[in-house]
Design a protein around this ligand. Structure first.
Ligand code: CAO
Length: 414
């Protein structure tokens, strides 16, 4: 079975997280991803957050599966010559260096088009054109500048970042879509094009519903927010704790064992259609006949009381028992699953979402596989490359003789 992107060659100049998540996805779909790394050190994440001395970190291994690694000093003259050959050889170049880094090496977009007019050149930067375009950006900076931190957190607390890597991995996903779209366009136009994704834009896109609410504020209080009806609304969308972002009220409630288990909680949504069955199961059949409680509009100012009553019931059951009872009643709900529970979940192993990988230096470890499933191009997760593991074979593929490779190594270009 051929893979969806078989035959597509990616020149991968990415490092840290945002870029590598993009090229890892493309590699899972079958692209040949050639990761270019600085001789000696490689991607900085190889050495960051190490759990085993002198072994590539999980940070690196979990973001660089199915790739090949070539070491190359792209600032040295011989390195630049080899890099030019790699640009001729590949279909896509991906990078997420600080703004201007590739230009400073001498590889501007204009120069890349001269070398290979079919090249798709894709970049992640922290910001698009504007006052911050030259800034370096990491995940949490993007969360703060993209609207996520301002709208996340306790009602009266400070802004909060989320553990989900929406700035890095989120933008990597956007970039991957931009690349395959540009490749599709190239089929008709014959030309490559520039693909740029800003992390701020990516986070803001994921905060679209909050921009919706920003405009609703002008027309009255946001009635589904916990601030309604007793709290104050300011000029901007407030933080809303665990309130649902949609039109159906939801909240996190305690379950049996919450006193000792930090994850003994469940998210429940009081969707109108399922409310009668939900009310009955928690012992509040009385609400259904009472106009003070029977309609979503009547309950809206009393959501805190609604969830308090729900919690009295959920605290008598484990989160999995609640799930078992509420799901047949069509009540949308989901237990708070810890990383330990997710790592051990058999169904996630069965679908390849959680995968055990063997690595020659670290042994077996768990990773998150491809979240996108294609029926005719399933992903097989292969371990990340050691630094420079494929240097000789890649340089030979682009036409360098063994003597040329030896000479490049001797002068430190490789
Ligand atoms: N050979 C020679 N030089 C190389 C090289 C190679 N193979 N690979 C990289 N370099 C050089 C770069 O050209 C750059 O040199 P100059 O500063 O002289 O131009 C230098 O290495 C360092 O690159 P950098 O500035 O990108 O690295 P940093 O660690 O200082 O910054 C980061 C990291 C992520 C903040 C920055 O790259 C960035 O803002 N990237 C864009 C946004 C992004 O993707 N952020 C997500 C990061 S994941 O949380």
């Amino acid at each position: 079975m051929t893979k969806a992107l078989e035959g597509v060659r990616i020149l991968d100049m990415t490092h840290v997280q945002s870029g590598p998540t993009c090229t890892q996805l493309l590699a899972w779909f079958g692209a040949d991803v050639i990761k270019v790394e600085r001789p000696g050190t490689g991607d900085a994440t190889r050495g960051q957050l190490r759990d085993i001395p002198d072994v590539d970190s999980l940070y690196f291994t979990m973001l660089n599966h199915n790739k090949r690694s070539v070491t190359l000093n792209t600032k040295a003259d011989t390195g630049k010559e080899i890099f030019t050959k790699l640009i001729e050889h590949c279909d896509v170049m991906v990078e997420n260096f600080a703004p201007g880094a590739l230009d400073r090496m001498g590889f501007t977009w204009e120069r890349i088009q001269e070398i290979n007019p079919r090249m798709v050149y894709a970049s992640v930067k922290g910001f698009g054109p504007g006052p911050y375009e030259d800034c370096k950006v990491y995940e949490n900076v993007a969360q703060c500048t993209g609207g996520s931190a301002s709208t996340t957190g306790e009602l009266d607390g400070f802004p909060m970042v989320t553990g989900a890597q929406i700035g890095d991995t989120g933008t990597g996903l956007n970039l991957a879509l931009g690349i395959v779209t540009a490749l599709f366009h190239r089929e008709r136009s014959g030309r490559g094009q520039r693909v740029t994704c800003a992390m701020q834009d990516g986070v803001l896109n994921l905060c679209r519903v909050k921009m919706r609410d920003q405009q609703r504020i002008a027309h009255g209080p946001l009635k589904e927010y916990p601030q309604y009806p007793n709290g104050e609304f300011g000029v901007a969308v407030p933080r809303a704790g665990n309130a649902s972002g949609g039109g159906q009220p939801g909240w996190i409630v305690k379950c049996k064992g919450w006193e000792s288990d930090p994850d003994a909680y469940i998210y429940v949504i009081t969707q109108a259609a399922a409310f009668p069955a939900f009310a009955k199961v928690i012992g509040h059949e009385d609400w259904l006949e009472d106009p003070e409680w029977s309609t979503p509009e009547a309950r809206l100012p009393k959501l805190e009381q609604v969830f308090d009553e729900i919690e009295k019931w959920t605290m008598t059951k484990t989160k999995f028992e609640v799930m078992e009872i509420l799901n047949p009643l069509n009540v949308p709900c989901g237990p708070i699953l810890s990383m330990k529970e997710l790592a051990e979940e058999p169904s996630l192993r069965a679908t390849g979402t959680v995968v055990e990988v063997d690595h020659p230096e670290r042994g077996k470890y768990l990773t998150v596989g491809n979240p996108i499933k294609l029926s005719d191009s399933p992903s097989e997760v292969k371990r990340s490359p050691l630094l420079g593991e494929h240097t000789d074979e890649i340089l030979s593929e682009i036409g360098l003789s063994a003597d040329e490779v030896a000479a490049a190594k001797a002068e430190g270009a490789v």
